[in-house]
Design a binder for this molecule. Structure first.
Ligand code: HSE
Length: 420
């Protein structure tokens, strides 16, 4: 048996989940791997208030150096969340030759280069399976079993909160604010929901997955980002009538000389594998030149699913004599600021002769072809709702048309990309 001495930075939900998993399942891990996991210290703000159950007093510490500077601790697990002090603590642990296991997509995505460089310098390991998709082994999949592929596309539902909200909006025909409030009441959305509903959480995750999939740094600030706050029950209902399901997607594509990286609501055909991923579940759909398509699905959050990925990483960190570093191309491929998609354009237009011709004329002027069209509440002389679905078109051209469409006779209420 080999003893693995661990230090936990944080003992909230996730840290507490790891504590529980090691206590209740540690013996099984030992049988399967020959590793005895020992949590020596856990950093807390207050020894009396923490998320771990039955943690002996001598394990608790309020002093970070009891973990970062203890030569006996081999692996530091970081669950503090947020950028700082998490990033500098991880950096210090790596500097001291300790392997780091983290679930922190924000600190990892913003400090990926420094953390990697330090890990490379000292030979320590950096593991982050839990940072994307909770229990879903997508990081391992990209860095190991799928390595013999040119990954052309990633399309993920990587935020459980927004998937839960959109699923309920669709099922109940309810508006965004109503479901958000209920999700907050049930503890399924944060009191300040911005990071989830504005797509930041998904953007951090796309930054990490994209960098690994395309072997080029995808910086979070280069990712186009739009959240779900403007989506209405009407959009979802009209989309459904036209055969689509709405999801918040994190999309990455390798276009050769550029990479597409974007997070936004998108309609998917109802028979797309991601369209049936409901509630707080996560799923990542991948396309690689050898395996073709694949979808990984599971629980993307919660203490136990996240702890499952973390303990998996701890075992890998303890087993690897030499820690693998994912390959990144020396020249970073630029992230594109324009791309092709299909578009759902919902507008109110006066129901009068020639209006439709004007709308399609503006689209035609930008070389955009209409794939489907639907008109609702049509009363001559009054405003009707008009839905246009375009064929594939450049984003920038569509934005120009939307500007031009907003006039006396027409008002664009929402534009939603159509993928899949
Ligand atoms: N807030 C995230 C979600 C969970 O809703 O999926 C952790 O990344």
């Amino acid at each position: 048996m080999k003893e693995v001495v661990l230090g936990l930075l944080g003992l909230g939900n996730i840290g507490g989940g790891v504590w529980d998993l090691v206590q209740f399942f540690g013996k099984d891990v030992e049988k399967r791997t020959g590793l005895t996991l020992q949590i020596k210290k856990a950093l807390v703000l207050d020894k009396k208030v923490h998320g771990g159950k039955d943690v002996p007093d001598e394990v608790l510490t309020t002093e970070r150096n009891d973990i970062l500077e203890d030569p006996e601790i081999q692996i530091v697990c970081e669950f503090l969340g947020g950028e700082q002090p998490a990033a500098s603590m991880m950096l210090r642990a790596l500097e001291n030759g300790k392997s780091v296991v983290t679930a922190n997509k924000m600190a990892l995505s913003l400090h990926f280069d420094e953390l990697r460089a330090m890990a490379k310098k000292t030979g320590a390991g950096l593991y982050y399976e839990a940072s994307v998709g909770g229990a879903i082994p997508v990081i391992n999949a990209l860095t190991s079993p799928l390595i013999a592929n040119h990954i052309e596309q990633i399309m993920g539902i990587v935020n459980g909160t927004t998937n839960y909200i959109l699923t309920r909006m669709a099922a109940e025909g309810a508006d965004y604010e109503t479901i958000l409030k209920d999700a907050q009441r049930l503890g399924l959305a944060e009191p300040n929901p911005a990071a989830d509903v504005e797509g930041m959480d998904a953007a951090y995750k796309l930054s990490i997955m994209g960098s690994l999939a395309f072997h080029s740094r995808v910086h979070v600030e280069d990712i186009y980002r739009e959240g779900i706050t403007k989506v209405t029950a009407e959009d979802i209902a009209f989309g459904r009538e036209m055969g689509y399901v709405l999801k918040l997607l994190a999309i990455g594509k390798d276009n050769g000389d550029s990479i597409e990286a974007r997070v936004h609501p998108a309609f998917l055909p109802a028979d797309h594998p991601l369209a049936r991923v409901d509630g707080s579940l996560n799923a990542i759909y991948l396309y690689g030149h050898s395996f073709k398509d694949m979808m990984l699905e599971g629980r993307g959050a919660g203490d136990a699913p996240t702890a499952s990925a973390i303990v998996g990483d701890i075992v890998q960190a303890a087993q690897n004599a030499v820690h693998p570093m994912p390959y990144l191309r020396p020249e970073t491929v630029p992230v594109a600021d324009d791309w092709q998609s299909k578009y759902f354009i919902r507008m109110q237009a006066k129901d009068a002769p020639g209006v439709l011709a004007e709308v399609t004329g503006l689209l035609a002027g930008e070389g955009i072809s209409v794939s489907a069209m639907m008109q609702k509440h049509a009363v001559p002389g009054e405003k009707a709702t008009l839905i246009v679905i375009t064929h594939s078109a450049p984003e920038k051209a569509v934005q120009r048309v939307v500007k031009a469409l907003n006039s006396d006779i027409c008002q664009v209420d929402n534009v939603i990309r159509v993928e899949g």
